[in-house]
Design a binder for this molecule. Structure first.
Ligand code: PPE
Length: 306
């Protein structure tokens, strides 16, 4: 049984269609060549109603991903922000995951994307704790992947391109099959980049470090939120390179992403890490309040769906 829970409507090229009717042809270009770009966003229940967390920034990143790939999205950021709100509102859910995708549709085959038409869809579904219900309390078991993170001149890791996730999937499945929960990918220089779908934070000696985009990490919107929250909580936090051995001797490690939120890490390659540590707990708790519109100073990040 598939675990995906349908919602009433999916937005496709300007209109809301029934979930079951939101279909594409088997010769959809992106299905064959991985050339689409997508986003992952969450809507949360706030005291004012359902709000999409940092929606405008996510849609802006979708446009940036497309720009990196040389793709022109036929809808402006404002149009897609409005479309996302409309789609979330149509679900009737107070919280859900939101997946906008821009892809080359049906009509052309072959690697030349220049003549291809760009289609856009936005779908929502309920999605629980991405790394398991006890990701914050018990923590996540991490493995350094045997797969290398994509290099900037192969497939730009800063773009959320569909094809990039074949790299993430290889690492994820390898880690799961070996009995771990998630993988950390090193780049070609051997430095830490990120996890298969989360950014990474390493706490040591009262200082928090997170790897930069140049190391092969996605410019995470949760990463950005966590940096601001941690600073506001009084922590020193820097963007800098992290070596594999930095992970083994860390005081705390946590990862974050839209789907995973803030998740604690209890070990890397079977070297145990204190978990959940005080910094992880404080940041995770505050993040949980912020996304639910319970902290006034971050209210601008919660964009009401209706
Ligand atoms: N790195 C990668 C590779 C990544 O995919 C994500 C999001 C992040 C970092 C964190 O980015 P942000 O969501 O802006 O904080 N991963 C998505 C999971 C995708 C999936 O379908 O699985 C997500 O969290 O939505």
């Amino acid at each position: 049984m598939p675990t995906l829970v349908p919602t009433p409507k999916i937005w496709m090229n300007g209109s809301l269609v029934e979930w079951d009717k939101a279909q594409v042809h088997v010769l959809t270009h992106t299905l064959h060549y991985g050339t689409g770009v997508f986003e992952g966003i969450r809507a949360y229940e706030t005291p004012q109603g359902a709000a999409v967390f940092r929606l405008t920034e996510h849609i802006q990143r979708l446009h940036n991903s497309a720009k990196i790939m040389g793709m022109e999205i036929p809808y402006s950021v404002d149009e897609l922000v409005a479309a996302t709100k409309e789609t979330v509102a149509s679900t009737g859910l107070s919280s859900c995951y939101v997946r906008p995708i821009a892809y080359y549709g049906y009509g052309e085959m072959g690697l030349n994307t220049l003549p291809c038409k760009v289609d856009v869809a936005i779908a929502c579904w309920p999605w629980g704790a991405y790394l398991g219900d006890d990701a914050l309390t018990k923590g996540v078991r991490m493995k350094i992947s045997s797969w290398t993170r994509l290099d900037h001149n192969m497939l730009p890791p800063a773009s959320k391109t569909v094809a990039n996730y074949a790299n993430s999937s290889l690492a994820k499945v390898e880690a799961l099959r070996a009995g771990y929960d998630e993988a950390i990918l090193l780049n070609q220089a051997g430095l830490v980049s990120e996890c298969t779908g989360e950014n990474l934070f390493v706490v040591r000696g009262g200082r928090i470090v997170t790897p930069p985009t140049s190391a092969g990490a996605l410019e995470g919107i949760t990463q950005h939120s966590v940096m601001r929250i941690a600073r506001d909580l009084g922590h020193e936090i820097v963007v800098d390179n992290v070596a594999r051995s930095d992970l083994y001797v860390a005081d705390e490690i946590f990862c974050c992403g839209t789907a995973a939120e803030v998740s604690a890490i209890n070990s890397v390659d079977d070297r145990s890490i204190p978990c959940p540590g005080p910094v992880t707990k404080a940041v995770a708790e505050m993040y949980g309040r912020v996304v639910r519109g319970r902290e006034d100073r971050y209210k601008d990040w919660c964009e009401l769906a209706v």
